[in-house]
Design a protein around this ligand. Structure first.
Ligand code: GLN
Length: 398
């Protein structure tokens, strides 16, 4: 999160400007209190057998050394073929794809590669925590545009978005399906954003890590598929959420050829490469996993159904997410009894109720804007969700 109050001696001015990750901190707190961890976004169920078997086979075959820094050719080819198969995008493994240590590294490598100090980025808010520190580390100044919850879901004001673009704007960072709101950007919204990118000659850097976790038959529309955008979009995704392997750290950036070289340089000097045998596992999973990917929407629809009505009944006001596996809720009804703000509430909930969540302030550049919100992750087994829901129903009585 962006640091509201600075000063740690010996730390660079750049790094002083943000705090440790609140999301990861909540996982530590959950472990300390043996709470059910609905904070950090990762599943508590096993990864599918076929991806595990492919990685085990790669280790047995002695895939132990560095792969090509920008990714094993087998994986880059599997990624390129998948974008062609699913979205009709013409991607070349050699020219466009850089495999990174998760989409997290793909995002920061991309931002460092394309931004200069003095450049501006446009970011919808609430935003996934990392984009704040990522912007600071890349030297650019973020401009935040609010997403607001309404009867029709989360939306933005077109004039507010238009006003955020100017001659200094180098990129918009877009996350769809969105963490933490669950918003899936519609084609009309993407077209409006596309037109601004073209008008101001800037890039779209899209985090599409939840591309297969999407509800009610909505399509996932990669920004790069919109006419005029292939040349100005960097598409970031990975295997973490799709294949329930967040700890493997395999993600990628697909970029126009003239930008891929810069991303590869940053990636190489940051991490050299993602884990080699796991890249082979990922390659097989992507090549053979289409049916599995199509089944994800149904599996997550059932989990969403299991938790959202229970949250609402327990007093956590929230909209139904359209995609991804989070639900952001309004906790105003519990304040100030269980804590003056979101952080106090999240700590109380973890320690006293035994359910960890993420405080809303970690998704805003001004912490006060998230003081009435917390986010729950529902990428969990049925018994975990059941027990969490049972405990959350006790909040009102406390
Ligand atoms: N995206 C996940 C979340 O929002 C966490 C990712 C991470 O911790 N690297 O919780």
């Amino acid at each position: 999160m962006i640091n509201p109050a600075v000063s740690e001696r010996g730390i660079s001015a750049r790094v002083e400007r943000f705090t440790e990750s609140v999301i990861r901190e909540m996982t530590r707190l959950a472990m300390e209190h043996e709470a059910i961890n609905l904070a950090q976004g990762f599943p508590d169920f096993p990864a599918p057998e076929f991806i595990k078997e492919a990685a085990i086979a790669a280790i047995r075959a002695d895939v132990n050394q560095y792969s090509v820094t920008w990714g094993d050719p087998l994986l880059r080819q599997a990624i390129a073929a998948k974008y062609r198969r699913w979205y009709g995008l013409e991607i070349e493994a050699d020219a466009h794809v850089t495999v990174c240590c998760g989409s997290t590294e793909a995002m920061i490598s991309t931002l460092i590669a394309v931004l200069n100090p003095g450049d501006e980025t446009v970011i919808f808010e609430p935003f996934y925590e990392n984009y704040g520190p990522d912007s600071i580390l890349s030297g650019a100044a973020p401009r935040f545009v609010p997403l607001r919850a309404g009867a029709g879901g989360w939306s933005f004001d077109r004039e507010e978005l238009r006003a955020a673009f100017n001659a200094k704007t180098r990129a918009i960072v877009l996350n769809t399906p969105n963490n933490p709101t669950g918003k899936v950007f519609t084609r009309a919204e993407l077209e409006f954003i596309r037109d601004l990118c073209v008008e101001w000659d800037c890039l779209a850097i899209t985090d599409e890590i939840y591309e297969h976790i999407i509800y009610d038959g909505r399509p996932h529309i990669p920004m790069a598929t919109l006419p005029g955008m292939a040349e100005r979009t960097i598409t970031i995704s990975g295997i973490s959420k799709t294949f329930s392997v967040t700890g493997w750290r395999v993600g990628w950036a697909v970029a126009p050829a003239h930008l891929a070289g810069g991303i590869r340089k940053v990636h190489d000097f940051l991490t050299v490469g993602a884990p080699a045998p796991l890249q082979i596992g990922a390659a097989h999973a992507i090549a053979d996993g289409d049916d599995y990917c199509r089944g994800l929407a149904a599996a997550y629809t059932a989990r969403r159904q299991r938790i959202v009505p229970r949250l609402q009944a327990a007093g956590f006001a929230c909209a139904w997410p359209e995609g991804a596996y989070y639900v952001i809720t309004d906790i105003g009804g519990f304040q100030p009894r269980h804590g003056a703000d979101d952080v106090a509430f999240a700590r109380w909930l973890t320690a006293e109720i035994g359910v960890a969540c993420v405080p809303g302030s970690s998704f805003y550049h001004r912490p006060g804007d998230g003081a009435r919100q917390v986010r729950f992750c529902f990428s969990k087994q049925d018994p975990t969700l059941e027990e969490a829901a049972r405990r959350l129903e006790l909040v009102r009585q406390r």
